[in-house]
Ligand binder design. Structure first.
Ligand SMILES: *Cc1c(COP(=O)(O)O)cnc(C)c1O
Length: 338
């Protein structure tokens, strides 16, 4: 099977399993797991931020960040397609008691002007306090789109002028950094908190990291415990994440190249309608003519290719660590014959 449903389907490599087997572990709730401590120090250092916290999932890191940054009744500003709003089970309301101000962005990206226009007047008793802006890079439901860094800087300016905190859902931040040739440290300078998934394109079985100031992470550690996310000998998982950071970042270029080859093939087909710009490892396109989206997914499946119909009219394909160039050749061959 050539599994293009998601970059979360990856299996640990032999090298990663070896790293997990030889991890030095302890009780992380006591702060005594060397492998977890090493991972947290490493990633904080990469971003030139003070501290980091290892968590079970990207939903957990995002939700902890939102909880730490807000009080019930505050409002979070984000794109309408944001994972924090669409795919985290209503967690912003459930965990933090906050409302959301949704912006219609450009493939999941919002602008400084849009943020400014979404800020409520603090002196108007009718309005929730605007407190936090959350960006997503790459934007999942925007087809893996990336921000231009200048646009992020402009948003930061608006946040500073209006006392707003700025969070980054960087589930696939390394895809953006590789695609745009950026520096981790530049992100560390701008954001109050950054969430990164190591279990997506980087290929770890489990794990996300939240990065911020010492004070923020101290608070986040407490919230993680309240959310039931305190893990004990988590170093076995942290060692897999450490291995991923050491070995699987640069190769993301390969995933992006594979996605561009698939996209080019799909664009030639008469069943392909509008396709989102393909900037990283995600392809989202309209299906028209002889197939519906689910019929196309079915036909592909009969040919040992898995893709997802993400709506009645759209199919998504995602490239990742376990997709080889030979698999892309094979997938192209199949698509050419549909
Ligand atoms: C996958 C993802 C997350 C976190 O998902 P988990 O499955 O909880 O790890 C957060 N944001 C975005 C944009 C994602 O794609």
């Amino acid at each position: 099977m050539i599994d293009l449903r998601s970059d979360t389907v990856t299996k640990p490599t032999a090298g990663m399993l070896q790293a997990m087997m030889s991890a030095k572990v302890g009780d992380d709730v006591f702060g005594e797991d060397p492998a977890v401590n090493e991972l947290e120090e490493k990633i904080a250092g990469m971003f030139d931020m003070e501290a980091a916290l290892f968590c079970a999932s990207g939903t957990m890191t995002n939700q902890i960040a939102i909880k730490c940054h807000t009080q019930p009744g505050d409002e979070v500003i984000c794109d309408r397609l944001s994972h924090i709003y669409q795919y985290e089970g209503g967690g912003i309301a459930f965990n933090s008691g906050c409302s959301v101000n949704l912006i219609d962005g450009n493939y999941g990206r919002i602008t400084a002007e849009q943020v400014e226009a979404a800020i409520n007047n603090r002196n108007d008793a009718h309005k929730a306090y605007s407190k936090l802006v959350s960006l997503e890079n790459t934007a999942n439901r925007g087809g893996g789109s990336c921000y231009n860094f200048d646009d992020i800087k402009a948003i930061k300016k608006v946040c500073e002028a209006n006392n707003l905190l700025l969070h980054l859902d960087g589930a696939r931040l390394f895809n953006a950094i590789v695609a745009k040739n950026e520096l981790e440290k530049d992100y560390g300078k701008i954001f109050d908190s950054v969430s990164i998934c190591i279990s997506k394109g980087l290929g770890a079985p489990v794990g996300s990291v939240l990065i911020g100031t010492k004070d923020f992470i101290k608070k986040a550690r407490r919230i993680r415990k309240v959310f039931g996310g305190g893990m004990r000998q988590a170093g076995f998982l942290a060692a897999a994440c450490m291995y991923a950071l050491d070995n699987h970042i640069e190769r993301l270029q390969q995933d992006h190249y594979h996605a561009s080859r698939l996209a080019e093939t799909l664009r030639q087909k008469d069943f392909t309608g509008e396709m989102y710009p393909v900037e990283t490892n995600i392809i989202i396109f309209q299906v028209k003519g002889k197939y519906t989206a689910s019929q196309l997914a079915e036909v592909l499946k009969k040919n040992d290719i898995l893709a997802i119909a993400i709506s009645k009219t759209q199919v998504r394909m995602v490239t990742h660590l376990n997709i080889t160039s030979a698999m892309i050749d094979e997938a192209i061959e199949v698509i050419n014959h549909l």
